[in-house]
Ligand binder design. Structure first.
Ligand code: GLU
Length: 610
C-alpha cells in the first residue's frame, strides 16, 4: 500500500529518499516521514501529515544531509493519520519504517510494557521498534540475527526497514506479505517497497522473497531465507520504463492510463495471436498437458480484478465449455471451500501482492488444487512467483488508484486463455478465430470510444448534483456494470450500484424516480430485446436513463432518455470496449465534482493488507 525507501551511500541521500517517496505517491497514503543519520551520528527525523510535497517543503528548512536514511509514506491501519503516528518510529537507537500490519501487536505491547517500554503512538509499528531495541539489548549478536528473532514473533503482514543509529552503515530489512526490493548501486545500495522509487538511481534489483531478512551496507548485500540460511537471490535488470510515472501532457494519471489502452492492448496481444490462433507459450513446457485435464476453473480476485474474472466466467462457460466459479478472495480464504476435482485455480491481480488473493492461493495449495495460474501486471510479484503458471497483462505501470488499463488488459488475457483452453478441449476452431479477430480489431474500436471523450463529458455534467446512480447490464456486460459502479464510487464518491437488468423488478425498481440516473450498457447482442424491456420498466416509472449503445441499435432519445452511440464492435470483446466508455464517464464526473481523481480518499493502490 504505502511506500518505503531506504538508502546507504557515500553521498548525501536525503534527495534520493524524498524523490523516492514522490515516485511512490501513487500507492495512496495519508502522511509521510524520513529519518537520516548525519556524519556526527545524530538522528534527524521529520514527519508530516498530508502530501509528500508538505514534507519536501518542510525539509528545505532543516539540514537533513546524511549518508544513511529511511523514509515512508503511511496508509494508516492502526492509529489516526497524525504527525506523531507517521513513520519512522524510534525506540532508543532503533529507527523503523513499516508497511502492512502486525496482528499480534496487543499482546506484544503488553509484554513490552512489562519490560518498561512506554508507547507514544497508536501504531502497531511502534511495537516493532521496541521489540528490536529490547532484543538487541538482551542478546549480543549481529543485527540480522536480532531481526530474525524479532520477525519470528511477529504475526501479520510486513515489509520493514530498520536502522541502528549506533551503527550507521547498515540497513536491515525483512518482508512477509509486503513487497521489498533491494536496489544495487556502485558504492551504494537501496531498499524500497517498489522498484519505481529507485529507477532514478539504479536498474539492478534483487526482489526479497517471503520470510527473507536482509542487511545492506554501501558495498554489501546479504540475504537470509525464512529458515535462517544465507541465500543468494537473483539480480534482475529492470525493464520498467523510467518515465512510467510521468503524466506527460495529461492532467491525471487516470486520464493518461485510459488513453493508453489501445496501445496497452496491442502490447498484451503482441506475439500471442497469429493467423487465427492464440499462442501462450510462456505458460511453459507441460502446461498444455495440464490444462487439457482441466474440468473446472476457480477464479479468485478482489475489486476490479474480481469484475474481470466475472466476465471471464461467462466466456469460459460459453466458449471453452468448461464450468467456472468466481469468488472474492477475502470470502474464499475464510470459509471452508471444497475443491472440485480437476480444478484449475486462477488468481487475477494487478499488483500481484494483493494480500487476500495471495492468501487464497496459499490456501488452494493446502486444500489440494493441483495447478495454479495467475494473471498479473507485475512480473516480480509474489503471485507470479508462487503460482505454477503466469500470464502477464503487460499494460505497463498503472499509477492511478482506480484501475483502468490493467482491467482491460486482464480481460484481454482472460479471453486469450479461454481461446487456448477451448482449443485444447476440442472446441470449434471458428470460436478461436473469432476471438483472435475481435482482439486484433479491439485497439481501433477503443480509439473510437476515446474520440467520444467530449460527448461523455457533457453526459457527466448532468451528474454534478447526483448522490446515487444505478448501472444496468446483462450477460457478460453485467460485470462491466459492476465495474462502472465501482469506478464511479471510487473516484467521485457518488453512491452507485450495479444490477443485472433482469433483477430490477425484484426490488431495485422501487428506487426509480426522476432524480435517479440509470446508466444502461446496451450492446447490439442477442440480449438486446430483453434489455429493452428492462429499460421500458425504468422508463415508465419516470427514471432518468442514459443508454450506452452502438451505431445501429434502435433507441429513440427523449427528455428522460439520452442515447450515447458508440461505434459497432465485435460482440466477443464488447465488455472490454464498453468498460472504456464507463471509465471516461467516471473520470469526467470526478472532474466535475472536484474530487481527487488519482488519489481517492481512503484508498490505496496495491492492497497488501487484509
Ligand atoms: N500499520 C502501520 C501503521 O498504521 C503501517 C501502515 C502502512 O502500511 O503504512 O502505521
Amino acid at each position: 500500500m504505502c511506500g518505503i525507501v531506504g538508502a546507504v551511500a557515500q553521498r548525501d541521500i536525503n534527495e534520493i529518499l524524498l524523490k523516492g517517496l514522490r515516485r511512490l505517491e501513487y500507492r495512496g497514503y495519508d502522511s509521510s516521514g524520513l529519518a537520516v543519520v548525519d556524519k556526527y551520528g545524530h538522528l534527524k527525523l521529520l514527519r508530516r501529515v498530508g502530501k509528500v510535497s508538505v514534507l519536501i517543503d518542510a525539509a528545505q528548512q532543516y539540514d537533513l544531509t546524511g549518508n544513511i536514511g529511511i523514509a515512508h509514506t503511511r496508509w494508516a491501519t492502526h492509529g489516526k493519520p497524525t504527525e506523531n503516528n507517521a513513520h519512522p518510529h524510534v525506540s532508543g537507537h532503533i529507527v523503523v519504517v513499516h508497511n502492512g500490519m502486525i496482528e499480534n501487536h496487543e499482546p506484544l505491547r503488553e509484554k513490552l510494557r512489562e519490560h518498561g517500554y512506554t508507547f507514544v503512538t497508536q501504531t502497531d509499528t511502534e511495537v516493532i521498534a521496541h521489540l528490536v531495541h529490547w532484543e538487541q539489548c538482551q542478546h549480543s549478536g549481529a543485527f540480522f540475527e536480532v531481526i530474525q528473532r524479532v520477525v519470528n514473533v511477529l504475526r501479520g503482514a510486513y515489509g520493514i526497514v530498520i536502522m541502528d543509529i549506533r551503527n550507521p552503515g547498515v540497513l536491515a530489512a525483512a518482508r512477509s506479505g509486503s513487497s521489498l526490493v533491494i536496489g544495487l548501486g556502485i558504492g551504494e545500495n537501496f531498499l524500497a517497497s517498489d522498484q519505481l522509487a529507485l529507477l532514478p538511481v539504479t536498474r539492478r534489483f534483487i526482489f526479497l522473497e517471503e520470510g527473507d531478512v536482509s542487511e545492506i551496507t554501501c558495498c554489501t548485500v546479504r540475504v537470509w531465507n525464512q529458515a535462517g540460511n544465507s541465500v543468494k537471490r537473483e539480480e534482475i535488470i529492470s525493464q520498467v520504463k523510467y518515465d512510467a510515472i510521468d503524466k506527460g501532457l495529461y492532467r491525471h494519471y487516470m486520464q493518461k492510463e485510459i488513453f493508453e489502452q489501445p496501445q496497452a492492448i496491442k502490447n498484451t496481444i503482441a506475439g500471442r495471436v497469429n493467423h487465427g490462433e492464440v499462442i501462450l507459450s510462456e505458460l511453459g513446457f507441460g502446461a498444455d498437458a495440464l490444462l487439457l485435464q482441466v474440468q473446472h476453473v476457480q477464479i479468485i480476485a478482489c475489486g476490479s480484478s474480481y469484475h474481470s474474472a466475472m466476465v471471464a466466467r461467462y466466456w469460459f462457460e460459453a466458449m471453452a465449455e468448461v464450468s467456472c466459479d468466481v469468488e472474492i478472495a477475502s470470502e474464499f480464504r475464510y470459509r471452508k471451500p471444497t475443491m472440485r476435482p480437476g480444478s484449475l485455480f486462477i488468481t487475477v491481480s494487478q499488483s500481484g501482492e494483493t494480500a487476500d488473493t495471495l492468501s487464497a492461493l496459499r490456501l488452494s495449495k493446502a486444500i489440494g488444487y493441483h495447478s495454479s495460474l495467475t494473471i498479473c501486471n507485475v512480473e516480480s510479484s509474489s503471485l507470479v512467483r508462487e503460482s505454477d503458471m503466469a500470464l502477464m497483462t503487460r499494460s505497463g505501470a498503472e499509477i492511478s488508484v482506480a484501475s483502468t488499463k490493467s482491467f482491460t488488459a486482464q480481460l484481454t488475457v482472460l479471453l486469450m486463455l479461454v481461446a487456448h483452453i477451448g482449443r485444447l478441449r476440442g472446441r470449434c476452431k471458428r470460436i478461436e478465430e473469432s476471438i483472435v479477430h475481435a482482439l486484433q480489431t479491439l485497439p481501433s474500436s477503443i480509439e473510437q470510444v476515446l474520440s467520444l471523450d467530449q460527448l461523455i463529458k457533457t453526459v457527466a455534467e448532468e451528474f454534478l448534483d447526483k448522490k446515487h446512480a444505478l448501472f444496468l447490464g446483462r450477460g457478460d456486460l453485467y460485470p462491466i456494470a459492476m465495474e462502472a459502479a465501482l469506478k464511479l464510487k471510487e473516484i467521485s464518491y457518488i453512491h452507485a450500484e450495479a444490477y443485472a437488468a433482469g433483477e430490477m423488478k425484484h426490488g431495485p425498481l422501487a428506487l426509480i424516480d426522476a432524480h435517479m440516473p440509470v446508466i444502461v450498457i446496451a450492446p447490439n447482442n442477442q440480449l438486446l430485446e430483453k434489455l429493452k424491456s428492462n429499460i421500458e420498466e425504468v422508463k415508465v416509472r419516470g427514471g432518468l436513463l442514459y443508454i450506452f449503445t452502438e451505431k445501429d441499435t434502435v433507441f429513440t432519445a427523449s427528455k428522460n432518455m439520452k442515447i450515447i452511440r458508440l461505434t459497432q464492435v465485435e460482440q466477443i470483446v464488447a465488455p472490454i470496449f464498453y468498460a472504456v466508455s464507463m471509465q471516461l464517464l467516471a473520470y469526467h464526473v470526478s472532474l466535475i465534482k472536484g474530487t481527487n481523481v488519482d488519489h481517492p480518499r481512503n484508498l490505496a493502490k496495491a492492497v497488501t493488507v487484509e
